[in-house]
Design a protein. Sequence first.
Length: 230
Amino acid sequence: MKFAKLLLLTILVLPACTREKEVNIIVENKTASPAPATLVVEAPRPPATPIIQSTPPPAAPNAPVVTTEGPTKVLLVESAPTVDRSKLGSNTLLPEKYDAPEKALKTFFSALHDKNYDVTWESLSLESQRYFIDFYSKRSGVSAAQAKERFDKTLPEVRKNFWDPFNLASEEAKLVGNATFSVADVKNNVALVEMTSGGISYHYKAVKEGDFWKLGYVETYPQGLSKAFK
């Protein structure tokens, strides 16, 4: 009888002890120290690249000018002003005016007719310019330097007291609009040019100075100014 009770007690107590050990094992597992954290090192980021706004190049001198007007910002293109090439002075020689002997003669008398006296002056040979300066200097009672300045700058004094009377006395200036020009002879950088209009012909020398042909007024008529200024 005692043996039977002891066996029954063993049967009842043994599973409980086993379950208690299982519980302790589970608890111990749950309360175990966590695994050490992994240290993550973030690589440094490269510095930001600055954004550079390029400045547009300046507009060319003759480029169209763009403007904006009105609330809708409509682009308006303004064309660059044109230049009257026929009125350019002696500091802006145009090769096409003087690339042939007959052009020098036509340019001189056309400019004289139109009272573009700066072009008239630049169309003369250097020898003719010196003669004009000397003639005007003596006639006006000014120095040669003052006379040259008046011709170079086409000052009012030389326009009124020289070019206008010279223009008025020039038959060639009156006929140049309908005239034809031809080169009769060329020798040693000196050409003989014929100007014909209304059945009347005039002959002048043109002199080549460097790359340009100029009217040799005094080379043709050494006393030619005497007719205009009697």
